[in-house]
Ligand binder design. Structure first.
Ligand SMILES: [Zn+2]
Length: 307
């Protein structure tokens, strides 16, 4: 290598090192170091493409906003979003907005949209839920009997919100830039995001993906506690998911497919439970729940409607 070539190579190497060092950050909860290089505008493109893909496939099966199930999902989600906007850290006492605290741009409440996909009427139940950027929440109706009640529903939705708050999409895009190209290529071939999603999910089923699941479990448990949903009901939801998995042979619900082993999940949850219970009681939830259970006798509060 000649002198000028060597200087260019060193220069590029130096720029690369500076770029990597300035884009390393500590992940919430697990405190692993992660590389985050995905600009917001790429996340927005991916989010828009995901939204179009999901609506293209399921848009005709979305329940109207006025449907009782849609209203119930919206009600739970609004409580969770409000809780994430005003979260008192039990260790420091500081009031945090978890959106900005965890490095995500804030999404005002009126920009959120909630979509319940009636996969039961479609005849192919796929119990699942996910939250994508820009505040779009999707939940499949077949997950509701697995949730059993609003605490179970809050467990599912807060876990998905946890993924959004910790910006796991940005992390996945950073670590796997070629997956984006692959997904777009698959979309252009098949005209649907599903084949690309399946392939990408298979490629991402690695241990770092399971770390993200642990983070989402933790953030979800704390946010649902802050929103006065009973954290002690969370294990039951995951047990129900495993029961569904056993009853349906080899196809686990997507929510379980890349998740930590159930042993590890339950160990984690019991380790975090004292903190979750502290968040729950510091938020004055016992009094609120006492009042709500009184209301429940008249209005069915807290029950998931399956109509
Ligand atoms: Zn997850």
């Amino acid at each position: 290598m000649s002198g000028p070539q060597r200087r260019v190579a060193y220069g590029l190497g130096g720029v690369m090192v500076v770029f990597l060092v300035t884009h390393v950050q500590e992940a919430p909860v697990t405190h692993r170091w992660r590389l985050m290089t995905t600009p917001e505008w790429i996340e927005r493109i991916v989010t828009r493409s995901s939204f179009r893909g999901v609506m293209g496939e399921f848009g005709n099966s979305v329940l109207p906003e006025s449907h009782p199930v849609s209203r119930q999902v919206a009600k739970v989600m609004v409580r969770l979003i409000n809780a994430a906007h005003d979260y008192p850290d039990p260790e420091t006492g500081r009031r945090l907005n978890l959106f900005t605290e965890l490095g995500k741009a804030d999404i005002p409440l009126d920009e959120w949209r909630f979509y319940v996909i009636d996969d039961v009427a479609m005849g192919r139940p796929t119990p699942n839920a996910f939250v994508i950027g820009g505040g779009k929440v999707f939940i499949f109706r077949s997950i509701l009997p697995i949730c059993e009640d609003e605490d179970g529903l809050a467990t599912v939705l807060s876990h998905e919100l946890g993924h959004l708050l910790a910006d796991h999409l940005g992390e996945k895009l950073t670590l796997s830039p070629f997956l984006l190209t692959l997904n777009m290529a698959m979309y252009s071939i098949f005209g649907s995001s599903r084949p690309g999603d399946i392939l990408v999910n298979a490629l991402l089923d690695t241990s770092f993906s399971r770390e993200m699941e642990t983070e989402a479990d933790y953030i979800g448990l704390m946010v649902m506690s802050r929103a006065c949903y009973n954290p002690q009901k969370a294990p039951r939801l995951w047990q129900n998911m495993m029961k569904f998995e056993r009853q349906n042979g080899q196809t686990p619900p997507e929510l379980l497919s890349t998740h930590p082993s159930s042993d590890r999940r339950f160990r984690n949850i019991s380790e975090w439970m004292p903190k979750a219970v502290a968040v729950y009681s510091d938020s004055g939830c016992q009094q609120a729940q006492g009042f709500n259970s009184l209301l429940g006798g008249f209005s069915g509060f807290g029950k998931v409607s399956l109509v």
